[in-house]
Design a protein around this ligand. Structure first.
Ligand code: GLV
Ligand code: MN
Ligand code: MN
Length: 400
């Protein structure tokens, strides 16, 4: 494996670094199927063509570049996603795709001829930042989410997923999925477990169960100056109390609860809101704790709504069950790479695919430990170590 890999990583990385970058925040606005993400999809096709890898699309917006016969069985899949959260970091997603192309280069430079096809994937709408459901592309491909439901999901401007895709999504593709024998997703670490260690790369053991719940709180819009305090039916109070309650209930259980998104109607300084919608992101180490947390938050919300004279509707937007990655595969890769094994609270397409085929993840050290923020980081040397680890893992899985 070559010594100039950090420099080659930087060269390839710099090709995509400006795409969708917000000059003020330094973060990325790469929402699925919008212009910056389409530019990255075109870049994916160009990189594949440069490596003589034909590209296929699965009718759901997921792209695949093939080294070997696209129809052959037992292919090893690697890749990640291009889309970002609002003002997200550079590495979450794209690192797995850029590393996959560089891993192909490493394998070819070393004269490796895979005994099984190698497929590079770019999954659509992993973050759910545009259409609300995370891992939309992998859920569609596997059939975990129906084409009907996905087609009708709408972004903030009212554009449906089907309209953005240019067609009704194809939905489950069992024959395509059945051709994959394993999936390895490389991803930037989204915590500081590796930051103070000597290990640039880790192997994933599990993903916490997690989900998103939307709560719509309806009250009475009215004048901020003339409505007596006792006469108000203010949904902002119900919302605010719920945010605090979610934080407390999560702390009590060693779980995570976040309300990172809110919509206020009419959103005027001098008007009591008529409606406040919040989105709860809840995660826990096990399903029972997660269910207990969400029930407790629902209970607090209902109780507070009674006091405020508001009405609430809670809608489950997505739930991802606990994921235990294939233990044999994780152990095999941890031994091969001499890497530590970590669990994570972050969701990934690998978490969806793990229910259908042997799946593993590699995490690349993040010195800030921050993610879903412009402060997300990884050094070029660590990214190169990630590429080397991925190449070794792919060689192991395609050749043995
Ligand atoms: C995806 O990054 C998630 O964990 O929400
Ligand atoms: Mn993410
Ligand atoms: Mn990601």
């Amino acid at each position: 494996m070559s010594d100039d890999l950090p420099a080659r990583f930087r060269t390839l990385w710099d090709e995509i670094a400006p795409v969708g970058r917000d000059a003020d925040s330094g973060g990325y606005l790469r929402y699925a199927l919008t212009e910056p993400e389409q530019e990255l999809r075109a870049w994916f096709r160009a990189q594949a063509e440069r490596r003589a890898m034909p590209v296929t699309e699965d009718g759901n917006g997921n792209l695949f570049a093939h080294w070997g016969d696209p129809e052959a069985p037992a292919a090893v899949l690697t890749g990640s996603h291009f889309d970002s959260v609002p003002h997200g970091g550079a590495y979450d997603g794209p690192l797995g795709i850029v590393s996959a192309f560089l891993a192909v280069d490493e394998l070819r430079a070393a004269g490796v001829t895979p005994g099984r096809p190698l497929v590079l994937g770019a999954f659509v709408e992993e973050e759910g930042a545009r259409f609300g459901v995370p891992c939309l592309g992998s859920r569609l491909l596997t059939g975990a989410l129906s084409a009907e439901r996905a087609a009708g999901l709408r972004d903030a401007a009212g554009v449906s997923f089907a309209e953005a895709l240019g067609d009704r999504p194809a939905g489950a593709r069992p024959e395509l999925l059945g051709r994959f024998g394993a999936f390895v997703e490389l991803h930037v670490e989204q915590g500081r477990a590796l930051a103070d260690t000597d290990a640039p790369v880790a192997v994933a053991s599990a993903i916490w169960p997690h989900g998103r719940w939307r709560f719509d709180v309806v009250g009475e819009g009215n004048h901020a100056g003339t409505t007596r305090m006792a006469d108000r039916r203010d949904p902002m109070l119900t919302y605010a109390f719920t945010v605090l309650a979610a934080n407390k209930e999560a702390r009590l259980r060693g779980a995570h609860a976040t309300v990172g998104r809110v919509a206020v109607e009419p959103n005027a300084t001098n008007a009591i809101p008529s409606k406040v919608t919040g989105w709860l992101d809840a995660r826990a180490a096990d399903p029972e704790t997660l269910a207990g947390l969400v029930d407790a938050v629902r209970g607090k919300l209902a109780e507070r709504a009674r006091r405020d004279g508001t009405t609430v509707t809670v809608t489950e937007e997505s739930v991802t069950p606990v994921v235990a990655f294939d233990g044999g595969l994780a152990d095999r890769l941890a031994t091969l790479l001499d890497a530590p094994v970590l669990a994570t609270g972050a969701g990934h397409d690998a978490g969806v695919l793990a229910a259908y085929l042997p799946t593993a993840m590699l995490f690349v050290r993040n010195p800030t430990g921050v993610s879903h923020s412009p402060a997300e980081a990884a050094t070029d040397d660590d990214c190169a170590a990630g590429v080397r680890a991925l190449a070794r893992a792919l060689e192991e899985l395609t050749c043995r």
